[in-house]
Design a protein around this ligand. Structure first.
Ligand SMILES: O=P(O)(O)OC[C@H]1O[C@@H](O)[C@H](O)[C@@H]1O
Length: 230
């Protein structure tokens, strides 16, 4: 790399809700140097001859090419850049938050999900500044989950109130009142963002529960008029 070149890329913090109700982040074992063999965020460089029309397109490509997964939601979080984060020289990374369906599975042994809390706590070390990128994305998700329906993008399109509660609590990292969430979901129903399917799920334990359907009216999330934690 010449002295005047700057590497530019995108990195994806792709999250999934586990069966246990915890958030997990997708990691990819790097094939090449630097940090060959280490688990890192899936990312691609966008310098040079890449065909992507935009950073958003590059982020979608990174997930599609490297993980063969389609996100239910994708949002740009931040751009970081300096001369230290990549040993190849000055670099910029635009970090994206991607929310995956709960049945998103690693397609081969070069991919795996690990507990988000292990990464944010530094127990699972990541190369480059990827730990910092994960923390930024997790903070964005937490902040938006206070006042929007974002966590619903971590569920299957058909979900129960109990599953919604699990998703919100995982994103916020604290308990949410069942009745408060119900009220917010009712408001979404009134605006056409959620519909009643008239069907029930039949869990292994407990009583059957009504199945709701998430019907996003835009690519963003529904904004609540009051905080979910109020
Ligand atoms: O995988 P290659 O193309 O080598 O490089 C991409 C990585 O280089 C780093 O700056 C980025 O954070 C990104 O993850």
């Amino acid at each position: 790399m010449s002295a005047v070149e700057v590497l530019a890329g995108v990195d994806i913090v792709a999250l999934r809700l586990s069966e246990e109700g915890t958030l997990q982040v997708l990691l990819l074992r790097r094939q090449r140097e630097p940090y060959a063999g280490q688990w890192a965020l899936p990312g691609v460089l966008v310098n040079g001859r890449c065909a992507d029309a935009s950073l958003d397109a590059a982020a979608a490509r990174a997930l599609a090419d490297k993980a063969r997964l389609q996100p239910q939601y994708l949002e740009q979080v931040a751009t970081v850049g300096n001369g230290l984060r990549d040993p190849r020289g000055w670099s910029l990374s635009t970090c994206y938050l991607a929310l995956l369906a709960p049945d998103a599975e690693p397609q081969d042994e070069s991919l795996r999900f690990v507990d988000l809390s292990r990464v944010t706590a530094g127990q699972q070390a990541l190369p480059f500044d990827h730990t910092q990128l994960v923390r930024l994305a997790a903070e964005r998700l937490r902040g938006k989950s206070v006042y929007s329906s974002l966590p619903l993008y971590l569920l299957a399109p058909r979900f129960t109130v109990t599953e919604a509660l699990t998703a919100f609590q995982a994103c916020l990292g604290e308990p949410v009142q069942h009745t408060t969430l119900r009220g917010r979901l009712e408001r979404m129903k009134a605006q056409g963002w959620i519909s009643d399917t008239g069907e029930k799920n039949y869990p292994k334990m407990g009583r059957p529960q009504n199945l709701l359907e998430h019907r996003p009216q835009e690519s963003e999330a529904f904004i609540f008029d009051r905080s979910l934690l109020a």
